[in-house]
Ligand binder design. Structure first.
Ligand code: RP5
Length: 155
């Protein structure tokens, strides 16, 4: 993520990965404030054994696109909800990549962080039976938690 201030959003994705038993690392890497850290992180990720990168950033959100430019790994971008433009700036910054350098872009904020984690797990599940089973179980639990009849609304 681009900043400590992104963590309350990105933590929702981290919680999903924890629940699925997917090992991950959470790092602050700012495209603007720590460009050298971004270069080292993204260009070295594959050699360190990283398989998928989830990059959350807000505002002029260059982190996912710049990371994607420096690694062949799949990169999923999470637009953080900004104060001034409610994350529309983040969304458009991340989603409008030029052809040739893809960033899979998720929804703004918490749903995007959750779905980026699920999508990353789905990629890993293609070659990891344990993660595939965990994902199946996660979906079954989600389905089982949906009531057929709405509960009485609180007065
Ligand atoms: C982006 O700028 C970060 O991803 C964050 O969403 C936004 C604001 O960062 P802070 O000023 O809160 O550190 O690079």
């Amino acid at each position: 993520m681009g900043s400590q201030s992104d963590w309350p959003t990105m933590k929702h994705g981290a919680d999903v990965l924890d629940a699925l038993g997917v090992p991950f690392e959470a790092r602050i890497v700012s495209a603007h404030r720590t460009p050298q850290r971004l270069y080292e992180y993204a260009s070295g990720a594959r050699d360190r054994g990283i398989k998928v990168i989830v990059a959350g950033a807000g505002g002029a959100a260059h982190l996912p696109g710049m990371a994607a430019a420096m690694t062949p790994l799949p990169v999923f971008g999470v637009p953080i909800e900004s104060h001034s433009l409610k994350g529309m700036d983040s969304l458009l910054s991340i989603v409008q990549m030029p052809g040739g350098i893809p960033v899979g872009t998720l929804a703004i904020g918490k749903p995007g962080a959750i779905n980026a984690a699920l999508l990353a797990a789905a990629v890993l599940a293609l070659s990891d039976a344990g993660i595939a089973r965990a994902l199946d179980a996660w979906r079954e639990r989600q389905t089982g938690a949906v009531a057929e009849v709405p509960a009485e609304a609180a007065p």
